[in-house]
Design a protein around this ligand. Structure first.
Ligand code: GDP
Length: 432
């Protein structure tokens, strides 16, 4: 069976924790999009880890962890992450890298930095991991596939020279930088090749066999629906699709093979980087939620920068779940809200005086004003609770109100960062 774990919103919903939890039963965990520009935080018996490139199955020695063809692969980071977890006592994980995966080149990172500097105040708030230049090159057909690292020296040097013609013009004339040192780049690619060679494989063939054998395969998404280049808040999006549907492409499996889509949805909102965020809050109210949020505050796993925070947004979440095709919603970080007397929930937007519950295109979203309903808080710590019935009544009301608003079944409730902090729930929407 193939399952996907993806985000409903802007990312940082707790996908790492849910994947880590579901990974217990998986044979294969696969990353199918994105790069090291976002991070999953996982807390388990080995400690607390921020993974940027590695699939979340790396803590389970029986799992094959795959970097799919859809990923932006930063080879030095992949290996430094493996070293970092192994040095904390995690057994050497099983890793496979798709031979069709493309490589983040050192100049992608440089271009990302140069472009953000050039844009100044109008920048995208990029993590400067090279992701946008990487995907631009992939679709402009000037990227380097892992398989190309194994070309002859002549072929590889020729391709480097061809690509550098264009890169050097931009570097010198737009960004006033030195041209690329082609010999150094060739040496870097040889080093990448030697490092990645033992892990390289034909992932779609491997997955085809795994499916025949009935193995449990988990597709692990990064970021969330709002960051999808087609369906998100363009242009403040990421450069690869964040939707479960893309799992088929970024892993190399048939779309109908994805049977369960677990959409991770946070009990309040948070976002990193620039872009529209209708239910965002500011000032002391925001500072308190940020400080109490997540596990040790709402600060980016990759950059450490403070995340923007806001109340739960039913409009964005319903849309996010619909685009992902949620068969199950994992409702996370609910424990954090236990300090509030009343909890505002954004139930609709008003755009030019008109109420809507449908998520609009970015141009209209910029004028959207949140319409809030307030729900009573539960004023206690719900961590440690293991059954739905034991949750305080107002807490259950909050969950059921949101489930009814989004129209997708909340079958998991996460009430703490640890693997065991999960409550399974029978949803009336699932039984229909
Ligand atoms: P991801 O990118 O979707 O995996 O999200 P992150 O890992 O960046 O952010 C989620 C944060 O919330 C991490 O620090 C998690 O450890 C933490 N977290 C996940 N689920 C829960 C939960 O139910 N309660 C609390 N308090 N923290 C959680």
């Amino acid at each position: 069976m193939i399952k996907a774990v993806v985000g409903a919103n802007w990312g940082d919903e707790g996908k790492g924790k849910i994947t880590d939890m579901l990974a217990d039963r998986a044979d294969v965990v696969i990353r199918f999009q994105g790069g090291a520009n976002a991070g999953h935080t996982i807390v388990n018996e080995y400690g607390k880890f921020a993974l940027h490139t590695l699939p979340s199955g790396v803590f389970h020695p029986h799992i094959m962890n795959i970097i799919g063809n859809g990923v932006a692969l930063n080879i030095p980071l992949l290996f430094s992450e493996i070293d970092a977890i192994v040095s904390k006592g995690v057994p050497q994980p099983q890793i496979m890298v798709s031979d069709r995966c493309q490589i983040v080149m050192p100049y992608h990172i440089l271009f990302d930095q140069c472009e953000e500097e050039r844009l100044g105040k109008a920048s995208f708030g990029s993590t400067k991991s090279g992701i946008a230049p990487f995907y631009s090159d992939k679709y402009a057909k000037t990227g380097f596939q892992v398989s190309e690292l194994f070309m002859s020296e002549k072929q590889l040097r020729e391709k480097i020279a061809r690509v550098c013609v264009q890169k050097d013009i931009l570097l010198q004339h737009l960004y006033h930088r030195d041209p690329i040192d082609q010999d150094a780049l060739y040496e870097t690619l040889c080093d990448y090749r030697d490092k990645v060679a033992p892990y390289t494989g034909n992932v779609s063939a491997y997955l085809g066999e795994a499916m025949k054998e009935g193995k449990e395969i988990l597709l692990e998404g990064q970021l969330g629906t709002m960051k999808d280049p087609d369906h998100g808040i363009y242009p403040m999006v990421t450069s690869s699709s964040t939707l479960a549907a893309y799992g088929a492409i970024g892993a190399g499996i048939p779309p109908y093979a994805i049977e369960q889509i677990v959409v991770v949805n946070k009990a309040y909102s948070s976002a990193v980087g620039a872009g529209e965020f209708t239910s965002e809050i500011f000032g002391d109210e925001a500072e308190e939620l940020r400080r109490r949020g997540g596990d040790g505050g709402e600060y980016g796993a990759t950059t450490g920068r403070p995340r923007r925070v806001g109340w739960y947004d039913c409009v964005a979440s319903r849309y996010g779940c619909r685009l992902q095709g949620a068969t199950d919603v994992a409702f996370t970080v609910l424990d954090v809200l236990g300090y509030l007397d009343e909890i505002p929930v954004c139930v609709a937007y008003e755009i030019d005086g008109e109420r809507t519950e449908e998520f609009p295109v970015t141009r209209d979203l910029a004028r959207a004003v949140p319409v809030y309903e307030k729900l009573p808080g539960w004023k206690c710590d719900i961590r440690g609770i293991r059954t739905y019935e034991e949750l305080p009544e107002n807490c259950r009301r909050y969950i059921e109100f949101i489930e009814q608003k989004i129209g997708f079944p909340i079958t998991m409730v996460s009430n703490g960062p640890g693997r065991q902090d999960i409550i399974y729930r029978e949803s009336p929407l699932k039984q229909k």
